[in-house]
Write a protein that binds this ligand. Structure first.
Ligand code: B1M
Length: 233
């Protein structure tokens, strides 16, 4: 950080400058500054969702591009992820409405071999905010973890996340196992993660690919409603 940066008072910046500064602070892994920035935007009347998508996810996209291009390396990206999590922790209780009627239950986890969890955590938060009960299995999940949780939790939805082209095929392993065990149709299977697309979702036999957390919520609602309608028909 330069001396000039030391002098910056976040609360004196206008919204646009503040968001730009938060992009820089996220890039530099400055958790406290990110937490402060999130607080300021909320005080200025930004919705939690807008702060999340425009300031945090926007900043992380820049980090991702420079990681891809070999400008940033794993330790720096870990610091950025830590700063992002600091901001997300403030937003979580605001996104998660307490006392919302439960519309369904989802088991979600990142697949085996993959430790990326920011996107999955966002999906969990948004789903909870929309009234779903969420059981988050964390990262690096083998098929057995998913199967056990689905049964124990009596879930409606299985959500899987993968951020690596090398781990996304594991989603098919999980779905094929559900088919082998004759329980595929007991669950709505939703998949997501940056390297996936709709075609991949179809090819592996998922019910839907979800581009982002908001789409995950909408898709889950649609599928749950369809199921209820089919059962009551
Ligand atoms: Co990793 N990493 N990483 N990384 N990392 C990527 C994914 C990569 C694209 C970077 C790059 O090269 N540009 C690249 C993958 C390349 C590829 O596979 N083709 C990569 C690599 C190569 C690696 C390592 C192999 C690096 C190394 O060790 N040499 C290594 C792998 C470790 C492993 O998993 N075994 C690695 C490690 C790491 C860190 C640990 C440093 C860190 C993770 C920290 C953490 O998650 N706790 C990290 C990070 C942060 C990234 C990037 C920069 C950012 C990911 C992120 O959090 N995005 C990422 C670059 C990128 O994606 N542009 C990259 C923000 C998040 C909000 O978006 O996760 O896409 P996303 O989630 C979205 C949607 O995709 C969707 O909704 C979310 C919210 O809107 N979604 C779902 C996600 N999951 C869903 C599940 C659903 C529905 C929707 O279920 C219903």
């Amino acid at each position: 950080m330069s001396e000039e940066d030391d002098d910056i008072i976040l609360s004196e910046l206008d919204d646009e400058e503040l968001v730009q500064q938060m992009f820089d602070d996220l890039y530099d892994g400055l958790r406290e500054e990110i937490e402060e920035g999130v607080g300021i935007l909320l005080e200025r009347g930004w919705s939690p969702y807008k702060v999340l998508t425009e300031a945090l996810v926007g900043g992380m996209t820049i980090v991702g591009n420079d990681f891809r291009d070999g400008i940033l390396f794993v330790p720096e990206v870990l610091l950025a992820a830590n700063a992002m999590k600091g901001g997300m922790a403030i937003l979580k209780p605001l996104l998660v409405e307490t006392g919302a009627p439960r519309v369904g239950k989802m088991v979600i986890g990142t697949v085996k071999g993959d430790i990326h969890d920011i996107g999955k955590n966002l999906v969990s938060m948004m789903m909870e905010g929309a009234g779903f009960e969420v059981v988050d299995l964390g990262i690096n999940n083998p098929v057995e973890s998913y199967l056990e949780a689905l049964e124990v939790e009596d879930a409606d939805i299985l959500g899987m996340s993968a951020l690596l082209t090398t781990t996304m095929p594991y989603m098919k392993v999980v779905i094929d196992t559900l088919i082998e065990q004759g329980i595929r149709d007991d669950y709505i299977v939703l998949v997501g993660g940056a390297p996936l697309n709709e075609e991949f979702g179809k090819a592996i036999g998922a019910d839907a690919y979800c581009r982002d957390a908001a789409v995950a919520v909408e898709t889950a609602k649609e599928h749950v409603a369809r199921r209820h309608n089919a059962m009551s028909a």
